[in-house]
Write a protein that binds this ligand. Structure first.
Ligand SMILES: [Zn+2]
Length: 297
């Protein structure tokens, strides 16, 4: 690869969970926030957003019906990707809440959910491009199911994060996209045929962060738990890493639809996406990111 091929790619990884406190069951209110993020993605990254479709004990089918299906269809038609996002723990009901542990560790629970939702959306002509766990949690058993159902990409990884109770084990994960080793989700596969699942990590500045709240913070590209200056600093660190490593960088920026009624946070999202583009960033969908990586290897 010549230095001319070395580029900085980013995906906009959008978590579309409804706010658990603010108008959680009001479809119109949720769709208004979705419309805000759609306008940001259209204006700032040419429609290249990768947005989650939540399924959870609380809302197993809500986002797979009615006006939400129309929204996903328009999202894909305008150039975006869809992500399957089971929120099994955070959006559990009082009856289903686990006393300890995580549903993510139970493949007998997760497997049928992933298989049925992937099949439903494929039948609707809206196949999932990617998968995202809640709280950065995913297991190798889940990855195996993704490979089987043809979801080629995972976008759960946050390098530097080890939250055992959330099944988030990314301590030494690569800071740019990689094909995942079948034996260790935080390691790249040794050769191409070894694993079909492509991982796109969140952008990280490489510094240890206080993670007691179990939220990505100002050391990551995450709109709602950071601020504009910190987001710029993280992007600058990624630019520098790309220059030093001599390889293309592919990372994700996380944002949440629930926050999009806040003018401050939606404005900040526009500003950081603009900054990233003005400083070498090329927006791609998750599908395009994988194609770029494949073409460069
Ligand atoms: Zn979520």
């Amino acid at each position: 690869m010549t230095s001319n091929d070395r580029k900085l790619y980013f995906i906009v990884n959008i978590d579309s969970d409804p706010d658990p406190e603010d108008t959680p069951r009001d479809d119109t209110a949720v769709l208004e926030k979705y419309a805000v993020v759609k306008s940001i993605v259209d204006d700032c990254v040419d429609g290249k957003g990768t947005i989650c479709v939540q399924t959870s004990p609380m809302y197993r089918d809500r986002f797979f019906a009615g006006p939400f299906m129309d929204f996903w269809r328009a999202w894909m038609a305008d150039g975006g990707d869809l992500t399957l996002h089971p929120e099994e723990d955070l959006y559990s009901t009082p009856e289903t809440r686990l006393a300890s542990g995580s549903y993510y560790s139970d493949i007998g629970h997760m497997g049928p959910i992933i298989r049925s939702k992937a099949a439903f959306m494929a039948d609707a002509g809206l196949p999932f491009a990617a998968y995202k766990g809640g709280y950065q949690g995913v297991t190798l058993d889940i990855i195996k199911v993704l490979a089987k159902v043809g979801i080629p990409i995972d976008v759960t990884c946050a390098p530097g994060i080890d939250w055992p109770e959330k099944l988030a084990a990314w301590g030494d994960a690569p800071t740019s996209a990689y094909y995942m080793s079948p034996n260790d989700r935080a390691r790249a596969a040794e050769h191409r045929g070894e694993s079909p699942v492509f991982e796109i990590p969140f952008g990280w500045d490489g510094q240890a962060s206080d993670t007691t709240r179990r939220l990505l913070n100002e050391h990551y590209l995450v709109n709602e738990f950071s601020n504009y200056e910190a987001l710029c600093r993280v992007w600058d660190a990624i630019v520098e890493r790309g220059a030093h490593s001599g390889a293309s960088q592919i990372v994700g920026l996380l944002c949440h639809t629930y926050a999009m009624q806040s003018a401050k946070l939606s404005g900040q999202c526009r500003k950081i996406l603009t900054y990233m583009r003005e400083h070498g960033g090329i927006p791609v969908t998750a599908t395009e990111a994988k194609a770029v990586y494949d073409a460069q290897r």
